[in-house]
Write a protein that binds this ligand. Structure first.
Ligand SMILES: *[C@@H]1O[C@H](CO)[C@@H](O)[C@H](O)[C@H]1NC(C)=O
Ligand SMILES: *[C@@H]1O[C@H](CO)[C@@H](O)[C@H](O)[C@H]1NC(C)=O
Length: 372
């Protein structure tokens, strides 16, 4: 009504104008938002064709699942690709043809830059008094199964020990696939990016120690082999003794300053090793390190040339750190090994126990453990 309109005062006009202004701004913001969202969706579709996404997924899967061993340089490139992806839009669900891979945050990706050949980034989910690293080889599925069925797992409420298996890469395609399934099922394989060979054991030790130092919290580490019986409760008891040092500990069956052999399986030529004797070292099938020792060993990797024999190499690391190897009875390793499969009162570690012998030793230890 025109007469009504005439009655609008100056202040009313100002109010109306303000309302119109607010309305105008709101509409503009809404339009911009809608346009931006549309545009960004278009951009995402255009700028990330399946090829690009798939490539980064592939790199990720490769690094994570170790389908094929990649040299360190390729792994580095993989890490950077993923990082670029993250900075653009984090965290994102990437659609692969066969699976969806969640790209994790930068903190989770950093561990890819390992010092050793380690590729696993599995974390321990609690603190363990004793962490047991078992050097194994891809084809020994049965040995790992026997260990899992016997001494590997602490079934008490307060879990004191954990067992994991250290493995490199297999050249056998079937084994490679079986290993992936084994790991998916048990989640207790720690993998590295080198080909398994008896003389590549030092790489295994290094990656195992790095994994322990970076991804697990523990007080003592026991390095074992897959043909060894371990009596974890007895090991824990000896570690808890007042007389046992709680740090700077390097303990096992000690070979004192042994002579270098120039013939046979364990021989080295003059070119390989000039000196006549090795430093003290603990026999490889089973020895114990305190957590501080593991950390300092990892920090000096690379300062000592790698050595063919992994247990001698650990002796060299210990010598470099100025540690004294502590000898204890109960670490039964060759050449002081009886042919018969017997459990002594003080058996902590018994080398050469596979199949039925392992089961026998385990059952005997269970019975002994029950009687005070
Ligand atoms: C791998 O598995 C395939 C099919 O199961 C078999 O034919 C082949 O002989 C196996 N290869 C080896 C090296 O064991
Ligand atoms: C040890 O691993 C490296 C890296 O995978 C490999 O090139 C080499 O052949 C292996 N050594 C032996 C003696 O097989």
């Amino acid at each position: 009504m025109p007469s009504h309109a005439l009655h609008i005062t100056r202040s009313n006009k100002r109010l109306l104008r303000r309302i119109a202004g607010v309305f105008y701004v709101a509409v503009t913001i809404a339009i911009i938002t809608v346009c931006l969202r549309d545009w960004s969706q278009t951009w995402r579709i255009v700028s990330s064709p399946p090829a690009r996404q798939l490539r980064s997924v592939n790199v990720h899967t490769e690094v994570q699942h170790l389908k094929t061993p990649t040299p360190a340089s390729v792994e580095k490139t993989g890490a950077t690709t993923i990082k670029t992806e993250i900075t653009k839009s984090s965290p994102v669900e990437l659609e692969g043809t066969h699976r969806t891979v969640r790209v994790s945050t930068i903190e989770e990706r950093l561990p890819l830059e390992h010092k050793t050949t380690l590729t696993s980034t599995t974390k321990c989910n609690q603190h363990y008094f004793l962490l047991i690293l078992v050097s194994s080889a891809p084809a020994y599925f049965d040995r790992r199964r026997s260990i899992r069925q016997t001494w590997a797992v602490d079934s008490s409420i307060n879990t004191r020990w954990k067992t994991v298996f250290l493995l490199g890469q297999s050249r056998d395609k079937n084994d490679t696939e079986l290993l992936q399934r084994e790991d998916a099922f048990y989640g207790d394989l720690i993998r590295a990016n080198y080909y398994e060979h008896y003389w590549n054991q030092t790489l295994k030790i290094e990656m195992g120690f790095e994994w322990a130092a970076r991804y697990c919290s523990f007080k003592f580490l026991l390095k074992a082999d897959d043909d060894v019986f371990i009596n974890p409760p007895a090991v824990i008891a000896v570690l808890n003794r007042a007389a046992t040092p709680k740090d700077k500990l390097y303990m096992g069956h000690v070979y004192r300053n042994p002579r270098v052999q120039r013939t046979g399986k364990w021989s080295l030529s003059q070119e390989e090793y000039k000196m006549t004797n090795y430093p003290d070292f603990c026999a490889g099938p089973g020895y114990i390190l305190s957590t501080d020792v593991v950390t300092s060993f990892v920090s000096i990797f690379g300062r000592i040339p790698q050595f063919k024999f992994d247990d001698v190499y650990v002796g060299m690391l210990a010598a470099k750190m100025g540690l004294n190897a502590v000898h204890v009875r109960g670490f039964q390793t060759p050449p002081y090994l009886s042919k018969t499969c017997v459990l002594y009162d003080n058996t902590f570690v018994r080398h050469g126990a596979v199949g039925q012998c392992l089961i026998d030793l385990f059952q005997k230890s269970q019975i002994k453990g029950m009687s005070p």
